[in-house]
Design a protein around this ligand. Structure first.
Ligand code: UDP
Ligand code: MG
Length: 316
């Protein structure tokens, strides 16, 4: 019998876990020809999330969990999931039921037809503000224009991945992760299915605009060095303009003398060049910061406890 692992990154989701478990339980009961594993990654939740998962694991062998030593973020929770799933295929799903588990049988169907990565694309984004929708569109546009790998628009992490995709993803160990881009980067046979995304059923989204902005910068810097190129080009154009301008000034001074005017144009040039230099330094700094972080070569996450089926392993 083939095994499907359901990978669920969870952070402070106490209000919804029971409901999620019932939906997953129903899914497993409706698809008896497969065995299932529900792998929860508890990402350092500060509420009763871990207790609830432990309760579920007591009564249900299908429930496994990895308990992080602290909150490492969803991107890292997913890689811990890749490291610990045991199924022939893995479905990544949010704990907040925004990704309907009812879509999974359709994913499994395509998987059986030979697709490796079946991802769910959102038709609508109910319960999201105009600004969130618009900003995510701009972001996808910019990312798509600057990278040479195709980025899937309006697609989250909700997808089914074949074992070989998981093995590929496990090899990507960079610490500032942008998993959405990695799904494209690994390639393999992809299939798109569409659905309507529901608003969160309970609890609150852990994203705010500052976090989203940081995530966007991570996305761009981890998949393209185009901003470095843009700052070089900008630098080149501005140097050229400045050079022409200098010649004009010199010639003018020789022909007409210097009546010590030109203070405004001088200030404008200084301020403008200063701004461009700071911007370029910032861009370079972004990349150097990433190099610094990667060279530290730290483990991506630390596990407090791993429970698989009926066996629990505590780390000391
Ligand atoms: N999540 C996590 N670690 C975090 C933040 C979120 O594991 O630091 C999980 C969260 O429990 C949920 C999923 O990632 O299962 C998506 O989070 P959220 O619903 O807050 O994001 P959104 O749907 O708003 O993009
Ligand atoms: Mg959500």
């Amino acid at each position: 019998m083939k095994k499907i692992s359901i990978l669920i990154p969870t952070y402070n989701e106490q209000d919804i876990l029971k409901a999620l478990y019932h939906r997953l339980d129903k899914l497993a009961n409706d698809n008896k020809s497969y065995s299932f594993e529900f792998l929860f990654i508890n990402d350092g939740s500060r509420d009763k999330t871990l207790d609830i998962i432990k309760d579920l694991a007591q009564t249900d062998d299908r429930v496994s969990y990895v308990n992080f030593s602290r909150n490492f973020g969803k991107e890292v929770a997913m890689v811990a999931g890749f490291d610990h799933v045991t199924g022939d295929a893995t479905v990544i799903i949010d704990a907040d039921l925004q990704d309907p588990p009812e879509l999974i049988p359709q994913m499994i169907k395509y998987w059986e037809e030979g697709y490796d990565d079946i991802y769910a694309k959102r038709n609508s984004r109910k319960g999201e503000t105009w600004f969130k929708k618009a900003s995510s569109q701009w972001f996808y546009k910019i990312l798509q224009k600057t990278t040479n790998i195709p980025i899937q628009i309006d697609t989250g992490d909700f997808r089914l991945l074949d074992r070989r995709c998981i093995e590929a993803l496990k090899q990507i160990r960079e610490s500032q992760r942008y998993t959405k881009g990695m799904f494209s980067w690994i390639g393999y046979k992809k299939k798109e299915i569409t659905y309507d995304r529901d608003p969160r059923t309970a609890g609150v989204s852990k994203w705010n605009y500052v976090k989203l902005f940081n995530f966007a910068i991570d996305g761009i810097t981890s998949f393209t060095t185009a901003p470095l190129r843009i700052s070089s080009i900008l630098g080149f154009i501005i140097s050229f303009v400045a050079f022409v301008f200098i010649i004009v000034i010199v010639v003018k001074t020789i022909l007409y003398g210097d009546p010590a005017l030109g203070y405004p144009s001088m200030m404008a040039a200084i301020l403008f060049l200063g701004g461009v230099q700071l911007l370029s330094l910032g861009v370079i700094g972004e990349y150097i910061g990433r190099i610094y972080n990667e060279t530290k070569n730290r483990p991506l996450y630390l596990i407090e406890e791993y429970h698989h089926g009926k066996a629990t392993k505590k780390t000391r």
